[in-house]
Design a protein around this ligand. Structure first.
Ligand code: FAD
Length: 380
């Protein structure tokens, strides 16, 4: 067993750390306040290769492993979780899904633009009546020979307005239940495809979350991913890896909050001494650091499983379940360490606390992760 990162991993981590400090930190409070999409920052992330890290160089990506992606996600999330969810959706849902299950034409057509950040992707599974219960798809895709006709609504879609390409899950044959579901590539501007209102959110306010409406959208058959009926499996397999990215986002939010709390406790004085000299505060730091380290081990193990070709359904679910809880607990305590300053925007921890909550909800709630884990435990 070797816990050491390679030189290359360390270089990627340091590059992401420098980028986050120099390019994402300025303006992060204002973007959160105004719910402003980080257009310039996303462009730079694309130029630096953060949007297609795991895509093969053949399709314009970085050809990196999951560990590298996780390290970058953690560093970006420490500073700006709105940017890291854009990185996560583009890398581990859209690019990975397309590269793993798309055909050669689809990969050649879409991946180079997505990997370079010239275009952004969105992953569209959730509906008003189909969140945790993703099999209850109401969006329909009727087979018309050489094309499908899509009708329905998706909601909560990250990159909803900013994306150019959308992977959309829809029901073709209701009688076949989840085996009658398909996945399609839609392009912005297709007739009948409308982007609905933007959600007003608690956290990750820089990312744009929208409802999407499909009214008789004609989608060519060549835009279907995989065989007829593969859509549900496509969504579940893709989300299984996506969860490792969200676990890394949670880890980053927790580490960012811990570092701010640690540094603040060394300068803020109360009762004649720095507050870190009060054991109640020092023990909070000890708890935070221990839990973050445990979360990091789970996240790294899940990423390693994926890189080794092992099954990562359970390890990814455990990493997300635990890291998201640590993100929540750590950010609440980081606000406490900051006292009144923790409650105002300029100290950043209140934003991290708001951002942390989403990691327990999207790409499968914590309750759904427990279903995945317990099923894995009990299946034999
Ligand atoms: C900011 C944001 C961004 C998002 N981005 C995307 C995106 O890009 N693409 C996309 O497709 N979706 C996206 N989502 C949707 C997200 O994945 C869903 O919100 C999530 O899966 C939960 O579904 P739901 O909201 O319908 O809650 P519900 O499924 O209604 O769940 C409500 C509660 O019931 C619990 N519950 C449900 N079923 C069970 C069960 N069997 N056992 C125990 N508890 C259960 C849940 O855990 C939860 O606590 C996003 C959501 C948000 C808020």
């Amino acid at each position: 067993m070797d816990f050491k990162l390679t030189e290359e991993h360390l270089m990627i981590r340091d590059a992401a750390r420098d980028f986050a400090k120099t390019e994402l930190l300025p303006g992060v409070i204002e973007r959160d306040e105004k719910q402003e999409f980080p257009t310039q920052q996303v462009k730079k992330m694309g130029e630096l290769g953060f949007l297609g890290m795991m895509v093969s160089p053949e399709y314009g990506g970085g050809g990196m492993d999951t560990i590298s992606y996780i390290l970058a996600m953690e560093e970006i999330s420490k500073i700006d979780a709105s940017c890291s969810v854009i990185v996560s959706v583009n890398n581990s849902l859209v690019c990975w899904g397309l590269e793993t299950y798309g055909n050669e034409e689809q990969k050649k057509k879409y991946l180079p633009k997505l990997a370079s950040g010239e275009s952004i992707g969105a992953f569209c599974l959730s509906e008003p009546e189909a969140g945790s219960d993703a099999t209850s798809q109401r969006t329909t895709a009727i087979d018309k020979g050489d094309h499908y006709i899509l009708n329905g609504t998706k909601n909560w879609i990250t990159n909803g307005n900013s994306a150019d390409y959308y992977l959309v899950i829809a029901q073709t044959d209701r009688e076949k239940k989840h085996k009658g579901i398909n996945a399609f590539i839609l392009e912005k501007g297709m007739e009948g495809f409308e982007v609905g209102p933007k959600e007003q959110k608690l956290g990750i306010r820089g990312s744009d979350t929208h409802t999407l409406n499909f009214n008789d959208v004609k989608v060519p058959k060549e835009n279907r991913i995989g065989e007829d009926g593969f859509g549900f499996k496509f969504a579940m397999k893709t989300l299984s890896g996506g969860r490792i990215g969200i676990a890394a986002q949670a880890l980053g939010i927790a580490s960012g909050a811990y570092e701010l709390a640690r540094d603040y406790s060394k300068i803020r004085k109360a009762f004649g001494t720095e507050i870190c000299n009060h054991q109640a505060i020092a023990f909070k730091l000890a708890d935070m650091y221990t839990e973050i380290t445990a979360a990091r081990h789970l996240v790294m193990k899940a990423a390693w499983d994926k890189d080794q070709g092992n099954n990562y359904d359970m390890s990814g679910a455990m990493a997300k379940l635990y890291a998201s809880k640590v993100a929540m607990d750590t950010t609440v305590e980081a606000v406490q360490v900051h006292g009144g300053n923790g409650y105002v925007k300029e100290y950043h921890v209140e934003r991290l606390m708001r951002d942390a909550k989403i990691t327990q909800i999207y790409e499968g709630t914590s309750e759904i992760q427990k279903i995945v884990i317990s099923r894995g435990l009990l299946k034999d």
